[in-house]
Design a protein around this ligand. Structure first.
Ligand code: UDP
Length: 315
C-alpha cells in the first residue's frame, strides 16, 4: 500500500537515495532540506513528480503544525556529516541533531508512526576496541572540534530513546559507518570524493597523518537496503550498518591509484584533530535481525562512483 514518508535531509547524499527508493516504490515523499551541505541536483529529477513534495527549509525553523499529513515513516537524515562540513557548521550541526531531532520526533508522535534516526559510527569516537559493536559506549572527546557531531548524534540517540521509553513511539536508531557512492559532493572533504577529485585532476592524493588509520567503506546501495529492512524489524535499540571490510587509508589510496591506472602519488598532510585510528563495524546484530550484509566490494563501488563523477563532468 502507498505510504506517506517524511525525510529530513532528503536532498543529501543518503537522503536522496532514500527518496528515490520510496518514489520508485509508489510511495509519497515529503522532503525537507535547506541545502546547507546538500545539492538540488540530487533531487532535480524528482521535483516534477506529483508524489514528491519538497519543502526548502531549515528543519529547526519547522512549525510541526504545518505538516498535517498522517505519516507512515518519519526519517531524520538532516545533518552535516563530513568532518570538513561539521567543523565549518558547528552550531548548525548541534542544533539539527538536538532541536531538529526533537521536531522530527514530535511529527512522528502526532502520526504515531515509525521514526528512524540516522546516527553514526562517530558515537564510538576514537574506539578502544578493534571492532565496534552496539554495546560499546565509545571513547569520545566531549569538547574537541569533532564533538559537535559526535555529541550531537549521542544527544540525538538519547532523545530518541527517551521518546521510545516515555511515549512508546516505534523508534529506530541506525549507526551508519563510512558510506560512499554517487551524489557525495566531490568537494565534501571526505576521503573517497577527495581522492577521486585529486586523481581526476592529476594531483597527488592527500593523506592526513600517517595513513595507517583504518576505515570500512559501505557502498550506498547496500546501505539503503539495510535501512529499509530496519524500518520493518521489531527492534528499537541501535543497529550498526556498514561494511566490515577494513582498509588503511594508504590501502584505499593505492586502490584508487590502481583503478585510475596511472601513477598519481600521495601527499602526506598533518592529521585531522581527534581522527579515529580505527573503525570497523561489528554487524553481527544486523546480520541476525535483518538478514543483511553488504555485497558490493570496495573496488566495484569505487569504479561505479568514479563513473558517476565522470558522467557529471560531461553533462
Ligand atoms: N582523509 C585523508 N585524506 C582526505 C580526507 C580524509 O587521509 O583527503 C582521512 C581522514 O583523516 C580519516 C579518513 O581519511 O582518517 C576518513 O575520513 P573521512 O573524512 O572520509 O570520514 P571520517 O571517517 O573521518 O568521518
Amino acid at each position: 500500500m502507498n505510504k506517506k514518508i517524511l525525510i529530513s535531509g532528503g536532498a543529501g547524499f543518503i537522503g536522496s537515495h532514500l527518496c528515490d527508493f520510496f518514489i520508485n516504490n509508489g510511495d509519497t515523499v515529503w522532503c525537507i532540506d535547506n541545502f546547507i551541505t546538500s545539492e538540488e541536483i540530487n533531487i532535480k529529477h524528482l521535483l516534477k513528480n506529483d508524489n514528491f513534495i519538497f519543502i526548502q527549509k531549515d528543519l529547526i525553523n519547522l512549525n510541526e503544525e504545518e505538516l498535517k499529513e498522517k505519516f507512515d515513516y518519519v526519517l531524520h537524515f538532516a545533518s552535516p556529516a563530513s568532518p570538513v562540513d561539521y567543523l565549518k557548521y558547528p552550531l548548525e550541526t548541534l542544533k539539527v541533531n538536538s532541536i531538529g531531532t526533537e521536531k522530527m520526533l514530535n511529527v512522528a508522535l502526532k502520526s504515531n508512526c515509525t521514526f528512524l534516526f540516522s546516527s553514526t559510527s562517530e558515537v564510538y569516537g576514537d574506539p578502544l576496541i578493534p571492532e565496534q559493536n552496539e554495546q560499546y559506549w565509545g571513547n569520545v572527546n566531549p569538547i574537541g572540534p569533532r564533538s559537535v557531531y559526535d555529541e550531537g548524534k549521542r544527544y540525538g540517540e538519547a532523545i530518541v530513546m527517551a521518546y521510545y521509553r516515555k511515549y512508546k513511539l516505534n523508534t529506530k536508531i541506525i549507526r551508519i559507518f563510512n558510506t560512499y557512492g554517487p551524489r557525495m559532493r566531490l568537494n565534501d572533504g571526505r576521503v573517497i570524493p577527495n581522492f577521486i577529485y585529486n586523481a581526476l585532476n592529476n594531483q597527488p592524493l592527500p593523506i592526513y597523518g600517517d595513513g595507517k588509520q583504518t576505515r570500512s567503506f559501505c557502498y550506498i546501495d547496500d546501505l539503503i537496503k539495510g535501512i529499509i529492512k530496519v524500518l520493518k524489524v521489531d527492534y528499537n535499540l541501535p543497529i550498526n550498518l556498514g561494511n566490515p571490510e577494513e582498509f588503511t587509508i594508504i590501502e584505499l589510496a593505492e586502490k584508487v591509484e590502481k583503478i585510475f591506472g596511472k601513477k598519481i602519488g600521495f601527499k602526506f598532510l598533518p592529521p585531522m584533530p581527534d581522527d579515529p585510528r580505527k573503525r570497523k563495524p561489528d554487524i553481527t546484530l544486523a546480520k541476525r535481525l535483518l538478514n543483511w550484509e553488504p555485497v558490493i566490494k570496495l573496488e566495484e563501488g569505487l569504479k561505479k562512483t568514479i563513473q558517476y563523477y565522470l558522467t557529471l563532468k560531461e553533462s
